[in-house]
Design a protein around this ligand. Structure first.
Ligand SMILES: C[S@@+](CC[C@H](N)C(=O)[O-])C[C@H]1O[C@@H](n2cnc3c(N)ncnc32)[C@H](O)[C@@H]1O
Length: 290
């Protein structure tokens, strides 16, 4: 994030800059107006629906997509109709935390941990975890999202990594795995507020999260590594998210931490103390003995 203020944020994605609405930027921007005007794309909200509706106004020279890199993982960025750019950079704290836990697990157990990534979208968490040595099962309801994850796998040259890509409803998949007696050492989930499975199955976070978490707990192996849950754009407090995970995982020992993940301004741009904008709530449970 380059700058923020007046209900917007200015961000750089690879070589391009974008202005997106950000209701939490309750302060004045620090850069000149021209820095904002010169951005390669602006997301303009529509009058009636400032939370969801709107369209991109993009410079003609902007390509349809372009490549970016985080550590060893290469992936495509592109402006999407959901306001985002095809991935969630604030989740990089989770990618790094998971990689560290995966490496610790391999040292202790001398085998690759099996990780389930639910609502896995464009797959950066899957690819980063596979690159750290895990076996991945990547679940998303959308064929288009799974195709994007495939393309990102090819860009990252991870075609031979042990990743299963499955287009399926997350809750249905988890319930089927339980019936089949399957288990996982780690689970990552980034559920939307509302979504649909490929056969029209309805996902509603407030209604379905408790049973999904309880199923996830039952799916854990007896050497459980972690559960990482991220929740965006929902009227929930972090106290409730923490308690929801504790409800399923507190009897398993381990350590549960929770908080917000945030975007932070690049302080080299304005040379002032960077401001942060919370993007999502998270809870991370880790079963590794410390
Ligand atoms: C990564 S989550 C969205 C998180 C994002 N941070 C947000 O709230 O905007 C979105 C992904 O969940 C997938 N999805 C939605 N409903 C689903 C369901 N019932 N089962 C599996 N995946 C689903 C979508 O296809 C999409 O790729």
């Amino acid at each position: 994030m380059i700058d923020s203020g007046d209900g917007q944020k200015l961000e750089q994605f690879g070589p391009y800059r974008f202005v997106r609405p950000e209701a939490q930027a309750l302060w004045a921007p620090r850069l000149e107006k021209s820095a904002w005007q010169e951005a390669d794309g602006h997301f303009i909200t529509s009058g009636q629906d400032s939370e969801n509706g709107g369209n991109w106004r993009l410079n003609n020279s902007l390509p349809e997509n372009w490549q970016m890199q985080f550590e060893d993982i290469h992936f495509f960025a592109m402006p999407t109709s959901f306001r985002h750019l095809g991935f969630f950079p604030e989740q990089s704290v989770h990618w790094q935390w998971c990689a560290q836990k995966i490496k610790e697990f391999i040292k202790i157990h001398n085998r690759a941990p099996r990780i389930l990534n639910l609502f896995a979208y464009s797959g950066i968490a899957s690819l980063h975890a596979a690159n750290a040595g895990a076996e991945i099962t990547h679940i998303d309801a959308s064929k288009k999202a799974v195709q994007l994850a495939f393309d990102n796998r090819a860009l990252s040259k991870l075609e031979d990594a042990p990743i299963r890509f499955i287009t399926e409803d997350a809750l249905q998949f988890v319930q089927r795995e339980l019936r089949r007696g399957k288990s996982y050492d780690g689970i990552i989930l980034d559920p939307p507020k509302y979504g649909r499975g490929p056969k029209g199955e309805i996902w509603q976070l407030h209604e379905n999260l408790p049973s999904l978490l309880s199923n996830c707990q039952q799916l854990m192996t007896n050497s459980p590594l972690f559960l990482v849950a991220t929740i965006y754009a929902v009227r929930l407090s972090i106290i409730s998210v923490h308690a929801a995970i504790a409800n399923s995982f507190s009897n398993m020992g381990g350590e549960l931490t929770s908080g917000e993940i945030a975007l932070i301004e690049d302080d080299t741009v304005s040379s002032k103390p960077p401001r942060a904008i919370g993007q999502a709530l998270y809870a991370r449970w880790c079963g590794l003995a410390t």
